[in-house]
Design a protein. Structure first.
Length: 133
């Protein structure tokens, strides 16, 4: 069955076959403000999650670096052999640290996305307000 060119996803929204979402009616000031409040709440929650992830990543980094240094100092051989041994010994801690670092980066991108959406809604609010008054 071939998809229709447009599909309704609500009384005011529809999606095209290219998955673009369009509105059937103009957006109201109330809708813009409701979306702004939702995004501000999301920003607060994401900021708190970012703080938790950042703290966790910092602890894992400190633990990894301290234990790597201990392994390096306890190893015998040339500098390269000692580094290789420390890397081998700390492989799991390095993995945990790199994963936590990736989670922090992903959360930072989420925060930037939410902030961008808020900025866009602020512009939209100004535009809607200018048409109402």
């Amino acid at each position: 069955v071939a998809p229709s060119s447009t599909e309704s996803i609500g009384p005011r929204w529809k999606t095209t076959k290219e998955n673009a979402v369009t509105r059937n009616t103009p957006i109201s000031q109330v809708e813009v403000e409701e979306e702004m409040m939702r995004l501000l709440q999301m920003l607060e929650e994401e900021t708190e999650a970012f703080e938790t992830l950042s703290l966790d990543a910092a602890k894992k980094e400190a633990l990894y670096k301290a234990n790597w240094a201990k392994s390096y100092l306890a190893a015998k051989g040339s500098i390269k052999e000692r580094e290789a041994w420390a890397d081998y010994q700390m492989n799991d801690e390095n993995y945990d640290y790199k994963i936590s670092e990736g989670l922090v980066k992903a959360k930072r991108e989420k925060l930037l996305s939410v902030r961008t959406s808020i900025d866009a809604l602020s512009t939209l609010t100004a535009n809607v307000r200018s048409h109402v008054t």
